[in-house]
Design a protein around this ligand. Structure first.
Ligand SMILES: Cc1ncc(COP(=O)(O)O)c(C=O)c1O
Length: 376
């Protein structure tokens, strides 16, 4: 699937560290599993590209049946518009410069934006008119995360009506993000039950107002495998499932063997007793805490999960090796499973696709960054 570049080193020991490795078999398994889950339950899959930010993986998701893609930034939209003609901007499009850029996307793209305020509707419509393009709207509702999304059905109805009153804009449905559901998969009964009841209320109120949502878009990786239990949901947008990470393992939404991305790092010092220092610090791993807090460290070794990155500088990661039978030596190479994989991807220009010790492929993280994507 991913492209092989002429100058890709052939073996792991030829790679300069730190760098991001993707286990190609695990990646395929993760992609297949989510695609199969969505087919089984009749859910449209619109994966969030913020995790991989790579056209090659987006293309694979579409090949496996994804209905379209979800983006968070103009850069992601620009890059992904070359791969998919059905994109959702799941982030309020506010501000003239951003609106101008978003509306300049190819008109071949069926664009939908998520909006949670009346204030955002009119400028969005004006920018769309100026660009001569069609735009659909999902009204964003808050189901408990308290980040974005309207709090009442009345507000949702007002936004949907305003959109309808500004043809050719299309009201296409509602969207929510269950980012507050971070309990272990087996302990999600209560929050998912509440979500199901709340959604039923929203959907009924919109229906009574003649605004029944055609699409109800939700989903995250922690709640991904139980989204079919939430009646009314028609579309899901998981992102992290592609690579998974240490936090996703802890939540029970994947197994350790499903962690496809690791950071390859070299032991650069063992001078201080009880620790090994690697060349992957916060600029390679991100300073993302585990749900349990900072004490759980910032990542751990793939083949020795008990060994954790307990402290970091920008380019140094400190592994606590006390109590372990591992005797690290300067020059040893380790693979670190990060706490939150999306941040690690965002810190890298290139992913290396590996099977065992062989580097089979590499591909650019070409939707990262904020500057406009160069026209291809
Ligand atoms: C709006 C929205 N949808 C979907 C996702 C994907 O969720 P996850 O990373 O848990 O797969 C995110 C993640 O931040 C999001 O913000």
């Amino acid at each position: 699937m991913p492209i092989t570049r002429k100058n890709t080193p052939h073996f792991l020991d030829q790679l300069e560290t730190p760098c991001a490795l993707v286990d190609l078999d695990r990646l395929s398994h993760n992609l297949d599993r989510m695609a199969a889950y969505c087919v089984l339950h009749g859910l449209a899959l619109r994966p969030h590209v913020k995790t991989h930010k790579s056209q090659r993986i987006a293309a694979e998701q579409l090949r496996l049946g994804a209905a379209g893609l979800t983006c968070a930034t103009p850069r992601e939209l620009e890059v992904m518009s070359e791969t998919s003609n059905d994109l959702l901007l799941a982030h309020p499009p506010v501000g003239a410069a951003k609106l101008h850029r978003v509306m300049a996307l190819s008109r071949d793209v069926r664009l939908t934006v998520a909006i949670d305020s009346l204030e955002a509707v009119e400028p969005m419509a004006e920018a769309a008119d100026a660009a001569g393009r069609q735009v659909g709207v999902y009204v964003e509702v808050d189901v408990g995360m308290r980040r974005v999304g309207v709090a009442t059905a009345e507000e949702a109805i007002a936004i949907a009506r305003r959109v309808r009153g500004l043809p050719p804009r299309q009201y296409r449905g509602i969207t929510f993000y269950p980012g507050h559901v971070r309990q272990h998969l087996l302990r999600q009964d209560e929050p998912l039950g509440r979500l199901r009841d709340d959604l039923a209320t929203w959907i009924a109120a919109l229906g009574d107002a003649g605004l029944a949502p055609e699409v109800v878009s939700g989903g995250s990786t922690p709640a991904a495998w139980r989204m079919h239990e939430v009646t009314g949901v028609t579309e899901v947008r998981p992102g992290t499932y592609v690579y998974n990470d240490r936090a996703t393992v802890e939540i029970g939404a994947c197994g350790w063997e499903d962690c496809a991305l690791t950071v390859l790092a070299t032991v650069i010092s063992t001078a201080v007793p009880g620790q090994a220092v690697v060349d992957a610090g916060s600029k390679a791993l991100g300073r993302e805490p585990m749900p349990a807090g900072e004490e759980a460290g910032y990542g751990c070794l793939l083949d020795r999960p008990d060994i954790r990155v307990v402290r970091m500088s920008e380019e140094h990661g400190i592994l606590d090796v006390r109590g372990s039978d591992w005797q690290p030596r300067v020059g040893d190479v380790v693979r670190i499973v990060p706490n939150h994989v999306c941040i690690v991807v965002h810190l890298n220009d290139l992913m290396y696709g590996v099977r065992g010790m062989v580097v089979e492929a590499s591909w650019p993280v070409n939707a990262r960054g904020r500057v406009p994507a160069p026209a291809s």
